[in-house]
Design a protein around this ligand. Sequence first.
Ligand code: ATP
Ligand code: MG
Length: 140
Amino acid sequence: MAIERTFSIIKPDATRRNLTGKINAKLEDAGLRIVAQKRIQMTRENAETFYAVHKERPFFGELVDFMISGPVVVQVLEGENAVLKNREVMGATNPADADEGTIRKEFAESIEANSVHGSDSQENAAIEIAYFFSGADIVG
Ligand code: ATP
Ligand code: MG
């Protein structure tokens, strides 16, 4: 299996409830290593660019408002099959559909305020990592 990197965000609903450590423990317990991490306040432009793929969806405006409603923690995670492994530990987009033990099952408030983002492909992981981090910020 290949060692990969993926991009993760701990979203404003989770930072507001002081859940950064609990979420990081779940990531680390799943075998993912946090090789870069910073707490930031996204600008509206950041959020619109990041979620541009959803700009035609009816929830786009609310999603952008939510993502800038408080600080987020952006992260680079590294491990075997990191993209898929992170998606597994995150759980389904809608917490009502998420498996037991997943981050979203345990912590998400709603389909929108669902505590974490994770890249959905290696290609998008590379794009998303490069948007928030320079190579020197990532220490494997
Ligand atoms: P993410 O991209 O944040 O990791 P995801 O890949 O599981 O989540 P997407 O379909 O890419 O889900 O949706 C991006 C985000 O948009 C979701 O995480 C959620 O915050 C929000 N979202 C998705 N569907 C809805 C919806 N029907 N209503 C409100 N918000 C939604
Ligand atoms: Mg997505």
